[in-house]
Design a protein around this ligand. Structure first.
Ligand code: PLI
Length: 456
């Protein structure tokens, strides 16, 4: 097989921190064994998140120079709106400072207290906003998504039977909307098929339910459809993106992922009455409807980035790089979520550390140990991220994972090799890793700021 190189050349470089094991041990202790609390300057390879960590292109940086910083009526808004209409097919757009700003607005607009919101697995900020607006979230993803090793080409699919059962149980009029994430982050970056999107639309049409998308990683989802779903091999990812979205009434977007920017987000929709409500709220929480908390230059960079992100060559390398890392781990026998997803390789911490029970936070402990071993920063996606239920008990997700999230256009395949070596080395010495206990736990979105200490 012919090898594929990064489809870009590097114009600006940022030196990486080189640290000693002693420095890293001191840093993780000071950070309360939470990788979110580490100084980035001590993270040699930073795989905490793919959110806002992309490298922008020369075209994006040049677009920033023409940003219109007028308070009202800025042409940069028109440029973003045109890009959203051309690439995503939605006539109306309301910018927000990032994805959760859009989630906040749409939750307030569509949810009345007591309503229900089904979705293909939860995402932390998404569910938090739905619950704060008074809704109950229901996970209607297929069962395979909760099994790290189950093989399914579209593990992010909505289980139509679960969705219909929920409608029968609570009544369609009490469902605020269904939220379909493309791809599903917490399941391991798993995609949703076009056939499944069409099937959800059919149910929504029959019951008059709004179909919304968390479109955060929609370009990566399109690549998987092109690769795996029959009938799409010859369609460009750009066309698949547009076709996917044609079934939805609207979307929330975190531009920090598939718009290739460091900050930004938006709502897009077909129904002008939702736009009117979004504009009423955005002026209170974000900024004028033409900038939504962003600078004009941010809108310009997002308009360029969302076009670049649907390019077939870019996506083939992007997904290929994540897969390259995952396959090196698989070959060494390291347990990971399979199939390998779009934006990250997820280590199965429950299998990696079978001697650490879930209430001793194996994924959190593994992420801390990986940092000490190598300076690679990763993130817990397990019991800590899942938070507590209304009764105050830990939610116990079946997936107890450590996410190695690959920023877009930032690292080379050689960095992936260095990461793989570190994880494989840690796997050999895994018995020495112990669990953690809580020292400080915040009331919401606890994974961001919790502090721990090692047991034993
Ligand atoms: O980080 P925001 O507020 O721009 O976007 C929130 C958000 C919404 N949906 C999904 C699927 C996300 O992955 C997401 C943010 N993800 C982060 C920060 C991550 O590290 O995965």
């Amino acid at each position: 097989m012919r090898r594929m190189a990064e489809p870009y050349r590097i114009k600006t470089v940022e030196p990486l921190a080189m640290t000693t094991r002693e420095e890293r041990e001191a840093a993780i202790a000071k950070a309360g064994y939470n990788t979110f609390l580490l100084p980035s300057k001590l993270c040699t390879i930073d795989l905490l998140t793919d959110s806002g960590t992309s490298a922008m292109s020369d075209r994006q940086w040049s677009a920033m120079m023409i940003g219109d910083e007028a308070y009202a009526g800025a042409v940069s808004f028109d440029n973003l709106q045109r890009a959203v209409e051309e690439v995503y097919g939605f006539p109306f757009v309301c910018p927000t400072h990032q994805g959760r700003g859009a989630e906040h607005l749409i939750s307030r607009i569509l949810i009345k207290p007591g309503m229900h919101v089904p979705g293909n697995m939860y995402f932390t900020t998404t569910r938090a906003h739905q619950e704060m607006a008074g809704a109950t979230f229901h996970d209607v993803i297929i069962d395979e998504a909760h099994d790290a090793q189950a093989e399914h080409p579209f593990k992010g699919n909505v289980d139509i039977a679960k969705f219909e059962a929920l409608i029968a149980e609570v009544g369609a009029e009490n469902i605020a909307y269904i939220n379909v994430a493309l791809t599903v982050n917490m399941a391991g970056g798993q995609p949703v098929s076009m056939a499944n999107i069409e099937a959800v639309r059919e149910v929504c049409d029959r019951h008059n339910i709004i179909m919304w998308s968390d479109a955060t990683r929609l370009a990566e989802n399109a690549y998987f459809i092109q690769e795996r779903e029959s009938g799409y091999a010859d369609m460009s990812c750009a066309d698949i993106v547009k076709k996917q979205l044609s079934y939805f009434d609207g979307l929330t977007m975190s531009g920090k992922k598939d718009c290739l920017v460091n900050i930004g987000g938006f709502l897009a929709m077909r129904d002008e009455s939702i736009l009117v409500k979004a504009r009423e709220l955005v002026v209170i929480y974000e900024g004028m409807p033409t900038y939504g908390g962003l600078a004009g230059r941010d809108l310009e960079a997002m308009a360029v980035g969302l076009r670049e992100a649907v390019d077939d060559h870019y996506l083939a390398h992007r997904i290929g790089q994540v897969r390259y890392l995952g396959e090196m781990l698989q070959e060494a026998g390291v347990p990971i979520v399979e199939p390998i997803g779009g934006h990250a390789v997820f280590i199965d911490a429950a299998k990696f550390l079978p001697h650490v029970p879930q209430e001793q936070f194996p994924a959190q402990a593994l992420a801390a140990a990986l940092f000490v071993e190598s300076g690679v920063r990763s993130m817990e996606r397990g019991i800590i991220s899942a938070g507590r239920d209304a009764e105050g008990n830990h939610r116990r997700p079946k997936l107890e994972l450590v996410r190695l999230t690959i920023p877009r256009r930032v690292y080379t395949d050689r960095h992936m090799e260095v990461v793989a070596d570190a994880v494989i080395e840690l796997y050999r010495t895994r018995e020495s890793i112990t669990g953690l206990r809580y020292v400080y736990e915040p009331p919401t979105l606890r994974f961001f700021t919790s502090r721990f200490e090692p047991l034993g």
